[in-house]
Write a protein that binds this ligand. Structure first.
Ligand code: FAD
Ligand code: SF4
Length: 514
């Protein structure tokens, strides 16, 4: 039988399970740039360009290795603009009756490719699990079975044991599993400016794609140029090597820090490459472990980094599929606000929000603490509907794919899953942002002002959040202290805080500039 082999835009790995099962002499690889995928969210132009350029280069590499590839460009006049449509069209032309595919990472697309009927023709669909993940879904589900709470830390330890990463026999290297207490340093002072990620000048393929994206997606939020992402495995590998040589050493120390003039600090900026398949997560972890063994980076940096990939990345993927297709619809705190215009580039007087959003617009990137404690924190405090903020994150980051984005947004950041991913909501007043960043000193608001015209909106909304959800969170031992602080506050002051917070929320509803 002749077969078609589907390779999706985030499956750009030569040892993809579907390719491993295929025959390069008789099977046809199908890759397609389709409107349905390019528009299910209003993706950042840099994200679209990154994926299309990486797909084109991957297709060319497969051809060099002897594969037959049917590649559909977005502006191909015969393009049916859906993955299923392209599979049917290519299969018919090739005389194929079977499709091989590696299970895709999203409920939406899984449903669209679920069975032969959804193709409107009778094709046999053979699915393989995505072996690029270190834990299989069955393994995660077995781990999760019967547990009252799913906590990343315990899953991570299992993954350390399974892979032997940073293990000394059955003991963790350095005598402890987690060195996070060393990793909370604020960023203050210019000596911290890091070299940033490796940047690549656009080659001919990239230029072609940039022109296409400029033409086809002229009004999507985000700056297309300058475009500097890696778009093939060799460049992604060079980015990893550069990170290890230049920034890994300080990754742990400044993981939670934020600086107005350095949006990258010591972060790896590798998530987009790993998620698209240009880098293998296990090999990345092994390279990081090597750096430790060679004495090039301290244990707190190396353990902290490996935990992000071996722990968090694997854990959230397990959660996404474990929780089922309705996960993105959850709204445990019943938040209903529309996403404020400032997220799409509208004006704001909050320097921290401005910095995180400007950087997101320019780079299709913000690091974890900006996502969690600035844009995510504000949305949660302001009571934005989780589905609205979910769509924003899915659109604006080059590394955003639903399996990883949704648990981070719906779960970790918005607590909309009611505590599956995190045991308490990530909310803070302005004090946290001030401690970890240099944003506040250039802000219209005063971080030390708790009430009054200059009061930092994070300060006001923080209390409003805690009070409107008192019933749910008061009993949480990790939050009880905050309720005691509130109760000790003078009553008139409490009234002022709540009425000013109410006014801020009203201003947001009326699209006033906050
Ligand atoms: P680094 O900080 O250098 O970390 C190294 C690597 O660890 C990352 O490349 C990534 O592969 C992995 N990693 C770190 N944290 C996480 C995490 N929480 N979950 C999964 N993997 C992690 N990550 C995405 O890949 N796609 C998303 O769409 C996404 N959306 C997010 C939304 C919110 C609200 C939050 C709080 C986090 C989100 N994350 C997402 C997780 C994390 O912020 C990004 O993986 C990270 O910022 C990517 O940049 P980096 O490569 O410089 O990461
Ligand atoms: Fe953000 Fe408040 Fe600091 Fe301004 S004062 S930068 S709004 S935390």
């Amino acid at each position: 039988v002749s077969r078609v082999v589907l390779v999706l835009g985030d499956q750009l790995s030569p040892d993809l399970s579907a390719l491993a099962q295929a025959d390069r002499d008789t099977d046809l690889v199908v890759m397609a740039e389709v409107r349905q995928e390019a528009t299910y969210a209003p993706h950042h132009p840099k994200k679209i360009a990154f994926l299309f350029a990486a797909m084109r280069k991957f297709a060319a590499q497969l051809q060099e290795r002897g594969w037959q590839v049917a590649y559909t460009r977005l502006d191909d006049p015969d393009n049916t603009h859906s993955i299923a449509g392209e599979l049917v069209r290519r299969a018919a032309a090739h005389g194929a009756t079977e499709v091989l595919m590696t299970e895709c990472g999203e409920w939406r697309l899984r449903a669209a490719l679920a069975d032969a009927d959804s193709y409107g023709s009778h094709m046999k669909v053979i699915r393989f699990s995505d072996t690029r993940f270190i834990a299989s879904q069955a393994e995660f589900d077995a781990w999760a079975e019967g547990r009252k709470q799913l906590r990343m830390e315990y899953f991570y330890r299992e993954m350390r044991r399974k892979t032997g990463l940073l293990m000394d026999g059955d003991k963790p290297v350095g005598g402890q599993w987690n060195f996070d207490h060393d990793n909370r340093k604020p960023a203050k002072g210019k000596d911290l400016f890091a070299s940033g990620p490796l940047r690549f000048d656009p080659d001919e393929t990239v230029e072609e794609v940039l022109a296409l994206v400029e033409r086809e997606f002229p009004s999507n939020f985000g700056a297309l140029r300058p475009f500097w992402f890696a778009t093939d495995a060799a460049q992604a590998q060079a980015s990893l090597d550069h990170f290890i040589a230049q920034r890994l050493e300080t990754f742990g120390d400044y993981q939670d820090a934020m600086l107005r003039d350095d949006g990258f600090l010591s972060h790896a900026v590798l998530g987009l490459y790993i998620n698209a398949g240009l880098l293998d997560p296990l090999k990345v972890c092994q390279a990081i472990e090597n750096a430790y063994e060679n004495g090039d980076a301290p244990i707190n940096a190396v353990e902290g980094f490996i935990r992000q990939i071996l722990g968090w990345r694997e854990f959230v993927r397990g959660i996404y599929f474990h929780e089922g297709p309705d996960y993105t619809l959850r709204n445990a705190l019943n938040h209903q606000r529309k996403l404020p215009q400032m997220y799409w580039g509208g004006e704001t007087r909050m320097a921290c929000m401005q910095a995180a959003i400007d950087q997101t617009r320019d780079e299709a990137y913000a690091h974890h603490i900006q996502r969690l404690m600035v844009t995510g924190n504000f949305a949660l405090l302001a009571g934005v509907a989780p589905a609205e903020i979910h769509e924003w994150y899915l659109a604006v980051y080059a590394d955003a794919f639903e399996w990883v984005e949704a648990p981070n947004v719906i779960g970790m950041s918005q607590f909309a899953d009611g505590g599956v991913v995190g045991s308490k909501p990530y909310v803070s007043s302005g004090a946290y942002i001030n401690r970890m960043s240099d944003y506040c000193k250039g802000c219209h608001y005063s971080v030390s002002a708790k009430t009054g015209e200059k009061a930092c909106p994070f300060n006001l909304l923080y209390w409003h959040f805690l009070i409107r959800h008192r019933d749910r969170f008061e009993g949480n031992p990790r939050m009880a202290q905050m309720y005691r602080t509130w109760d000790r506050m003078d009553e008139t002051r409490r009234d002022t805080v709540l009425s000013e917070a109410q006014q801020t929320l009203k201003d947001l509803s009326e699209n006033k500039i906050i």
